[in-house]
Design a protein around this ligand. Structure first.
Ligand code: ATP
Length: 357
């Protein structure tokens, strides 16, 4: 395999015209970020936040209105897609329908005038890697969705690009296959050691495959971090809510000292983590993940049970705390006391597992 390459976006913007109003707007606005060579990075965010536009600018299918894109240190804005050291795996697979598997994978190499012997060797090696060897003479319309996606992946990998780009590659597959294919994509990426940039709006997909996640909202980067950093140290309410589930309780900051704070919430005082750099006197939100608290006879905050449902792996509660509704997932409830609707209980949590924003 060739040298793996990093990607740098420097003050990148893309302006589109809104077809309804005719007004210009930023689909991507002043985005600067670095993607390290050999890492698997996901662009994650709600529909319309600019993920695909960002990916298409890296691929060269769209050109930025402002800023510069670098691949392996080289400025690439002026290069057409086929001159860039990238290959894209599309949601639609984009396979050639009247070609068999072998010819689909070989196509890009033929265009690049690679010798017949080398094509055969490279295509067969890649088909083995994606576990499609033995299927080379099948027509692509005789393949399942998962098999077609493997061929699409092989077709990109066989070009040995410096960076592999994925545009929601699994959205056409059923839920179970999505889960197994994402694990395979990650395994193959690690085996080959290639830089991968992957667009998805599915947070569990992003969590499970990424070294780093880039969370986008309204054309801007909200946060970049490892899945753990993003989950445990979200830097905004948007990120806390977007990744996993989060409950927010209104709180008043009494004192704040670095990453710790003393707050007043629902008439109680307590020490919690402070990631949003809140200061004394601020109104903040106390963030409690549903799995960060359990219901118990003693605890920090009093709650009234509104809903209590057995979900197998956990007991699911909706509770009212100080007039605000919270969701609690009490895992492995087999030997725990189950609280019923209308009962009073306490939320019991480790103060290191909750924080303010
Ligand atoms: P999704 O998850 O729905 O694919 P996304 O985050 O990938 O969303 P983009 O496809 O990058 O979002 O689109 C960003 C914004 O730009 C959206 O508001 C979209 O409607 C708009 N947009 C995309 N392509 C064009 C275009 N060619 N002309 C005008 N507006 C566009």
């Amino acid at each position: 395999m060739k040298e793996k390459k990093g990607v740098r976006l420097e003050h990148i913007s893309k302006i589109y015209k809104d077809p309804k109003t005719g007004k210009d707007f930023y689909a991507v606005e002043d985005t600067t970020l670095d993607i390290e060579a050999g890492t698997f990075v996901t662009l994650l965010g709600p529909s319309g936040c600019g993920k695909t536009t960002t990916l298409r600018m890296i691929a060269g299918f769209e050109s930025p209105d402002e800023g510069e894109i670098y691949l392996g240190g080289e400025a690439i804005n002026h290069l057409t897609p086929n001159k860039r050291d990238t290959a894209m795996v599309f949601q639609s697979y984009a396979l050639l329908p009247h070609y068999n598997v072998f010819d689909n994978v070989a196509y890009g190499l033929k265009i690049r005038k690679v010798s017949r012997e080398e094509i055969r060797e490279r295509v067969m090696n890649i088909l083995k890697l994606v576990e499609m060897d033995g299927m080379e003479s099948r027509m692509t319309n005789q393949l399942s969705g998962g098999q077609q996606q493997r061929v699409a992946l092989a077709r990109a990998l066989v070009l040995e690009p410096g960076v592999l780009l994925f545009d929601e590659p699994l959205s056409n597959l059923d839920a179970k296959l999505r889960v197994s294919m994402r694990t395979e994509i990650r395994k193959i990426q690690q085996k080959v050691g290639i830089t991968a940039i992957y667009v998805t709006h599915d947070q569990s997909e992003a969590m499970s495959i990424s070294d780093k996640i880039i969370i986008m909202s309204k054309g801007k980067v909200e946060q970049i971090g490892t899945p753990r950093e993003i989950y445990y140290h979200p830097n905004s309410r948007f990120v806390a809510d977007f990744i996993g589930e989060a409950n927010f309780l209104d709180a008043r900051v009494l004192s704040a000292d670095g990453d710790q704070a003393r707050i007043q919430v629902a008439g109680k005082q307590m020490e919690v983590g402070n990631f949003g750099s809140a200061r004394a006197g601020d109104t903040a939100a106390l963030v409690i993940r549903p799995e960060a608290a359990v219901l118990a006879d003693k605890g920090q905050l009093e709650a009234t049970v509104m809903l209590s449902t057995f979900m197998g792996a956990y007991q699911y509660y909706q509770v009212l705390v100080d007039g605000m509704e919270l969701q609690i997932t009490d895992y492995n409830p087999v030997n725990r006391r189950i609280y019923e609707v209308g009962e009073k209980a306490f939320l019991d949590f480790d103060s290191r597992g909750v924080y303010i924003l």
